[in-house]
Design a protein around this ligand. Structure first.
Ligand code: CAA
Length: 293
């Protein structure tokens, strides 16, 4: 009798690990929990856990306020998410999504540590926006089971996820992740491992140009944003979008893209660095190009 083999794309995932519970990590945890998955969210300390819990409560609370979810559905969703400061609590995860700060060394250390924690057939994913998925994957003993899964902000709303394959990603792993993301109602696209992937490569030159225009007092922030909203149908203008993304994150993405391609389009506008140094990080710090309550 031939050996029974399962179709790779039909793989069942039940527990999802998320490492890092900032804006993106908490949003990703919410997406999985909304779709019935058990989620273990890991942070490095109690403050990180508290911040993650606040993100989750705020985002799901907004859905309750808008009548999109009942309070008991919110409680059920939050009940599917366990928050921890112990990486070993990720042991049962079928998929781990790492969403910590854009630091290659930090990400590599996490992938190295995961070797001894998760089962050999677990899939490991990084939500990096611009770092090399290949380099992150080689810190791990099974680079073939590593992919990039790049969600967009806000993760519960934006349907795009870029799946980044490296030259050694196993085709079955790619198919399994693709099928999983489709089950979440996302639109996955697949691309190779180059800083910026598809969307940020196209988006960040435009965002940087808008910052330059503002820096040179060519037009007011409101008018720059209004031009793109009302003239081009974008849901947000570029400066408001940068505040949403986080100016520190945006700076890191531009800087990495610039260092890789050396094209002037991605040389971060100087004022961006100044804002970051001054702690004006956008929505998350209460002030960026705009001020938030
Ligand atoms: N978390 C969860 N849900 C959110 C949310 C958040 N932070 N912000 C908005 N929402 C939800 C609202 O609850 C609402 O849901 P329902 O329709 O179910 O009621 C829906 O989104 C629309 O929200 P609003 O009516 O409050 O506001 P809006 O219509 O102006 O939409 C927006 C807000 C979704 C952010 C929209 O302006 C938008 O799509 N902006 C562009 C965002 C974008 O381009 N993101 C990509 C950034 S680049 C990136 O992320 C890549 C990277 O590597 C940095």
């Amino acid at each position: 009798m031939p050996a029974m083999t399962s179709t790779p794309a039909a793989r069942e995932f039940s527990t999802i690990g998320v490492i890092g519970l900032g804006t993106m990590g908490a949003g990703i945890a919410e997406v999985f929990a909304r779709n019935g998955y058990t989620v273990v969210g890991a942070e490095q300390n109690d403050e990180g856990v508290a911040r993650g819990r606040q993100h989750l409560e705020h985002s799901t609370g907004r859905a309750v306020k808008r009548g999109k979810m009942t309070e008991s559905e919110q409680a059920e969703l939050l009940g599917r998410i366990t928050l921890t400061t112990e990486m070993k609590d990720l042991a049962d995860a079928d998929l781990v999504v790492e969403a910590v700060v854009e630091s290659l060394e930090t990400k590599k250390a996490i992938f190295r540590a995961l070797d001894d924690i998760v089962s050999p057939d677990a899939i490991l994913a990084t939500n990096t926006s611009s770092l090399s998925v290949t380099e992150i994957s080689t810190a791990n003993a099974r680079p073939g089971r590593v992919v990039g899964v790049h969600f967009f902000n806000p993760a519960p709303v934006q349907n795009l996820v870029e799946i980044v394959r490296t030259v050694v990603t196993e085709p079955a792993v790619l198919a399994e992740v693709q099928a999983l993301l489709q089950r979440l109602g996302k639109n996955p696209v697949v691309c190779g491992d180059k800083a910026g992937f598809i969307a940020n490569t196209l988006l960040f030159g435009y965002l940087n140009h808008a910052v330059s225009m503002y820096e040179h007092k060519y037009a007011s922030r409101e008018d720059i944003d209004a031009a793109m909203r009302f003239g081009c149908g974008y849901p947000m203008g570029p400066l408001a979008l940068l505040d949403l993304i986080g100016l520190d994150t945006a700076y890191e993405i531009l800087d990495t893209m610039y260092k890789q391609g050396r094209d002037r389009l991605h040389a971060p506008a100087p004022i961006l660095k100044q804002y970051v140094t001054a702690g004006l990080l956008g929505r998350k710090s209460g002030r960026g190009f705009y001020t938030y309550e």
